[in-house]
Ligand binder design. Sequence first.
Ligand code: ADP
Length: 337
Amino acid sequence: MPRATTSPVDQRAIADADLLTSTLADGAHPIIEVARLRKAYGSTVALEDVSFAIVEGEIFGILGPNGAGKTTTVECLSGLRVPDSGTVRVLGLDPQHSRHAVRASVGVQLQEGSMPAKLTVRELVDLFASFYANPLDATELLELLGLTAKCDDYYKRLSGGQKQRLSIALALIGNPKVAILDELTTGLDPQARRETWSLIEGVRDRGVTIVLVTHFMDEAERLCDRVALIDSGRVIAIDTPAGLAEREGGGNHMRFHPSRPVDDSLLTGLREVDRLEHQGDRIVVSGTGDLLGAVISALATAGTEAKDVRLESSTLEDAFVRLTEHPSETSEEDGRR
Ligand code: ADP
C-alpha cells in the first residue's frame, strides 16, 4: 500500500540527511544518503542509528567488527532489506518505493555460493547482462577483468581470484552508477589483492561510485576516500582514513636518543606533545601536528639534539582498535581466563 504521508520519524530523518549533506565539501553531490536507519531481527538490533552521505565518484568504506551491522546497512541501500525506520536515498530514490530504478543503477557483488556452478563465465555474464536495459559490453568487461581466457570455463573450475574478479564483473555488467562490493579481497593472495585494488581504482576512474564493505584496514587505507566506522549498529566515526588515523589513532610517535639528558617538561609542555615515555635511554613522544619540528626546536633551545630519530604514524588500524574496544567485554574475558 503506498504511503500517503511522511511519518514523524521520516521527517526527522530527512532533516538529518540535509544536515549530513551540508557537512560535505562544497560542490560535492551526495549520491547516497542514509539517515537514522534502524533495523532489528527479532530481538537482535542490527542497526540502532546509522546515518551517512556518500559523494558521487568516491570510494566509501564501511568498516566495523563482525556483527556491527555493515551487511545489513548495504542490504538496506540496495533494497534487499527493509529498514524498520529511517530514510535511504540512492540517486534521490527510496530503494523500497523505486525498487526497479534503484536495482538498475546499483550493482551488487554477490558472495561465492550464490552462483550456479554449472554455468560458464561467459554464460553467467550474459545472463546478468540480460537483466539490464543498458549493459556494458561483456567482451570488453571480461577483457578489463582479465577473464577473457576463462570465458568457456565453468564457474566451479575458477580459482579464488578468478571467482572474485567474476563477481566484480557481475556487479558491473549492468553499467551501474553505484557498485556495492562486500569483502572484496577475502581469500585472495597478496598479488591478487593488489591487482583487484588497481582494478577497483580503474572502475572509480570511470565514474562509478563504490561502497566497499571491508574489515581489512590496509584495503581501506589504500582504496577509500572516506570511511564510516560502524560499531553495534551505530556510526561512531566518518572521515578520511588518514584523518581517522591521525585523530583517533593515538597520534604520531617519535622515538629518539637525546644527545644529553633533558627535562621531560621541556617536551610535555609543547602543544604538539600528548604523551612522553622513557624506554631505556630512549624517549618516545606521541602527539599530533608537526611533532618532529616542535620537538627538534625545543631540544635545540636546551642545547640538545635528537639522535637515531624514528617516526611512526598511527594507522587506521590503531584508530579502529581504539574506537571499537569495549572495555567491559575485555575485562570480562580477562576474568574468565
Ligand atoms: P556485519 O556485516 O557487520 O558482520 P550484519 O549486518 O551481518 O553485521 O549483522 C548485524 C547483526 O544482526 C548481527 O548480530 C547478526 O547476527 C544479526 N543478523 C544479521 N542478519 C540476520 C538475520 N537474517 N536474522 C537474524 N539476525 C541477523
